[in-house]
Every structure is written in structure tokens, then in C-alpha cells.
Design a protein around this ligand. Structure first.
Ligand code: JFZ
Length: 431
């Protein structure tokens, strides 16, 4: 299996949803679309393919600046980056040889978006990955389509476009678009990981074990280090995938035997939506990151850039606030492991085994300053503790079954403070 060390250590990545659906941004013919994810526009409104395709004529994000995106990710404390190379609509953000429905051949913009991002990622030391919709492809290629059973029936001559492909049609898509494009993405951009997406009973009729293995072995043939996620088939993923993807915005309360991640949104929609004002507070976002880290998992936080290529102010503010917190508390996230302590009432714990001792990071979410907290499960002969952000020493007492900490009252001035506890198994080994 492929080496996943970096993935575990990095913990925090940026996800981007960006494409032809970005400009309509959740509104079609003057009305809010039925689905809340704006990237679902085509299926949500059952738009005839030729009509939807005309969005390519308008794709011209004049302010797109790959450097700005990647430096924003870097300063938020993110260490890897993934983008919708091809979402369900089938449109490609790179000049692919296997479809002319792509940013260079079909839009006035004519720039290789993935190429520019790959260059910026190299500059900032950010690992690059691609979301690729391998099961659905709504461009009439033979990929699967989506028809909302619970909506009023499709109307018009184009409704045959919303019927599932035959196995033969799908196989043709698979051999002539999907697999060649995956090989092309690896050869052109050398990604460190793919994020595939399929779920539900329809997907399993196409994402068979044989096809999963065919896709995985293609990737293994062309790349030694490229990781593959479990949404290659959400319900029954191949054992040969490298990391697990949770459902959207699902934060589990357990650990897993494989590396894992939650992909989550800043507001509700993945792609930019002009009527989605449901922004999560920064504190909540940091809690998701810490909560996942405390269980050995990653967090991939999504941004839906605007049609002109820039991030919304509300997104930037949250990224920068997270970045400020990470600047002083990042060591409690990067390279840490799931806590082996029992669940604690004050918040979450991350840890790292060092050569001479074990470090615990206590994320204090629910405490009163100037009080004691008891940390169950730390067994030590000697402990040293201080507030990570300020360096203020914290008084500790070793007791049966754990340690007691006297939380300094000054902690009230810190937002989401972390206490670093170094615990030694013998009294003698001074650091
Ligand atoms: C999928 C995409 O459809 C969506 O547009 C976005 O890219 C997201 C990251 O992934 O979303 C899903 C996948 C599965 C379910 C719902 C949305 N599901 O099983 O209910």
C-alpha cells in the first residue's frame, strides 16, 4: 500500500469546488435552484445538456490567481490542496486530450487552471490532489446521470438525457474518458492523491469491484505515491484504497484503522452560492479540525471561489482566523496522533510520542479559569505543563489515575487555549 505518512501528519487541507456552475451560483432563470449544492445545477434543474454547455462561453474568471489561492491555504495552516478537476457535469479544468469540454478548448479563459495551481503548490510546498467524478458524468459521455425521483417529472425532448446509461455506454465512458483522464492527470500534474466520489445503490451497479480495481491499478502503475480515497465506492470500497472519506460534514466519534478525513463546507454549498449565507463561525471550524485530529483524522475545508476567481470576504476572514490560531497552536495538530486517553470533559486531546516522553495537547473548550482540571489517564512519574500560546507554566499534581492541573486565570484572555503536557515515565530523564 502507498505510504500515507504525510497525509496523517498534515491533518489540514483546502478543498475547492469551482466550475461552470459557479457563475449561476444557485440561481437559474431567476429562481433559487431546488438543490442546495450549487454545483448540482444541471441535474437539479434538469437542464438540457446543450443549454448547460453554453455556460462555458461565459467562463472567464478575470481575477483568478493560483498564487493567491495557494498562499491563502498556506497561511490558514493547510498543507495540502484539492480541486474539482472534473465534477459531475463533466467539464474539465485542464486542457484534456479526451474531451473538448474543457477550460482551454471551450471557454474564453483558455488557461490551464490545474497547471497554474500545480506551479503555485510547488512554490508553497503544498501537496496537490484532485477531485474527479468517476461515476457520474452528465455530459452525455456514458457516465451515470442523476434524476431526482421526488421531483415533478422532467419535461421536454431532452429528458432521455436523464436516464441511466447501459453497461455498454458506461464502459465506453470508462475506457474513453475516465481512465485516460486519470492517467493524463497523473502524467501532467503528478498529484499526491485523488478524491473520488460515488455512493448509493445506482453507483454500485457501475462502480463494481472490477472497475474499482482497474482504476486503482492504473493509478498504481503510473504513480508510486498517489493516494486513493474510499468514496471510490462509499458503501463497499476496495481494501486497496488508502484513506477513508466520511460523508459530507460528518465528524465521527471514533477512530479508524485507515487514515481518514472529513470534507466540510464553510457555509452550506460546496460551490459558490449567491444565496447561501449560512457561514459557520471560526470557533466551530477549529473545533472540527481539533476533534478530527484527536481521533487521528484530517479535515478538508472547502472554499467555493466566486465567478471572478476570488474568494469571498467571509471565507477569507475564516481562513485567516484559523491561520492565526494555527500559528500559535499548530504543533498540537501537525504530526499528532489520536488520543489514547479516555474522553475528557474539558475538551479534546491530541498526542505525540517522543523519544524520551509523551506529549499531550489539551484543548480546553469547556473550563473555568482559575480552577483545577483533572486529566484522566495520564500516568507519569514527572510532568511539565505550560500554555502553548503564552508559555505560562501550569502547576501540575500527579494523582491516582491521572494528573491535576491548576489552570491559570490569565487563560481567560486566550481563545481556544491549548495546554502542552510533557509526561515522563521516570523521574530521572530530564529533557
Ligand atoms: C458529493 C457531491 O455530489 C457534491 O457535489 C460535493 O462534491 C461533495 C463533496 O460530494 O456529495 C455527496 C455525496 C454523497 C451524498 C451526498 C452528497 N450522500 O450519500 O448523501
Amino acid at each position: 500500500m502507498t505510504d500515507t505518512t504525510w497525509f496523517n501528519a498534515d491533518r489540514f487541507g483546502m478543498f475547492i469546488h469551482w466550475g461552470l456552475y459557479t457563475k449561476p451560483a444557485g440561481v437559474w432563470k431567476g429562481k433559487k435552484i431546488a438543490r442546495n449544492y450549487s454545483e448540482w445545477l444541471q441535474a437539479s434543474e434538469q437542464i438540457p445538456r446543450q443549454e448547460y454547455r453554453r455556460l462555458a462561453d461565459e467562463f472567464n474568471p478575470s481575477h483568478f490567481d493560483a498564487d493567491a489561492w495557494i498562499s491563502e491555504a498556506r497561511s490558514a495552516g493547510m498543507r495540502y490542496f484539492l480541486i474539482t478537476a472534473k465534477h459531475h457535469d463533466g467539464f474539465c479544468l485542464w486542457p484534456t486530450k479526451f474531451s473538448d469540454y474543457n477550460v482551454v478548448d471551450a471557454t474564453p479563459f483558455k488557461r490551464d487552471i490545474l497547471g497554474e495551481l500545480a506551479t503555485a503548490c510547488r512554490k508553497y510546498g503544498i501537496k496537490l490532489g484532485f477531485y474527479y467524478s468517476h461515476w457520474m458524468d452528465w455530459d452525455g459521455t456514458g457516465g451515470d446521470v442523476w434524476y431526482d425521483e421526488d421531483r415533478t417529472g422532467c419535461e421536454g425532448a431532452h429528458c432521455s438525457e436523464y436516464q441511466h446509461p447501459s453497461q455498454g455506454e458506461f464502459e465506453s465512458y470508462w475506457q474513453n474518458k475516465c481512465l485516460p483522464q486519470i492517467r493524463e492527470l497523473i502524467q501532467n500534474y503528478d498529484p499526491r492523491f485523488f478524491w473520488f466520489d460515488s455512493w448509493g445503490k445506482d453507483s454500485s451497479t457501475y462502480m463494481t469491484t472490477a472497475r474499482q480495481e482497474e482504476l486503482i491499478s492504473l493509478i498504481r502503475t503510473h504513480s508510486k505515491e498517489c493516494l486513493i480515497n474510499s468514496r471510490i465506492n462509499f458503501e463497499s470500497p476496495s481494501d486497496n484504497c488508502d484513506y477513508l472519506s466520511m460523508m459530507d460534514n460528518c465528524f465521527p466519534d471514533r477512530t479508524f484503522s485507515k487514515p481518514w478525513e472529513t470534507s466540510g463546507t464553510l457555509n452550506h454549498s460546496w460551490a459558490y452560492h449567491q444565496l447561501d449565507f449560512n457561514w459557520k463561525p471560526t470557533e466551530q471550524l477549529i473545533k472540527y479540525l481539533v476533534g478530527n485530529a484527536s481521533l487521528g483524522g484530517n479535515y478538508q475545508l472547502n472554499v467555493g471561489p466566486m465567478p471572478d476567481g476570488r474568494f469571498e470576504a467571509a471565507a477569507i476572514r475564516r481562513l485567516r482566523e484559523i491561520g492565526c490560531w494555527m500559528d500559535v497552536n499548530g504543533e498540537s495538530i501537525y504530526g499528532t496522533a489520536a488520543s489514547t486517553l479516555p474522553t475528557q470533559s474539558f475538551g479534546k486531546v491530541t498526542m505525540r510520542k517522543e523519544k524520551t516522553h509523551t506529549t499531550f495537547y489539551l484543548h480546553l473548550w469547556d473550563i473555568s479559569p482559575d480552577a483545577d482540571i483533572f486529566v484522566e489517564g495520564i500516568e507519569a512519574k514527572r510532568v511539565e505543563a505550560h500554555v502553548l500560546e503564552s508559555g505560562q507554566p501550569v502547576k501540575t499534581t500527579i494523582t491516582a489515575g491521572g494528573i491535576r492541573l491548576s489552570i491559570p486565570k490569565d487563560i481567560a484572555g486566550l481563545n481556544m487555549p491549548v495546554i502542552k503536557v510533557e509526561s515522563y515515565q521516570s523521574c530521572g530523564d530530564l529533557s
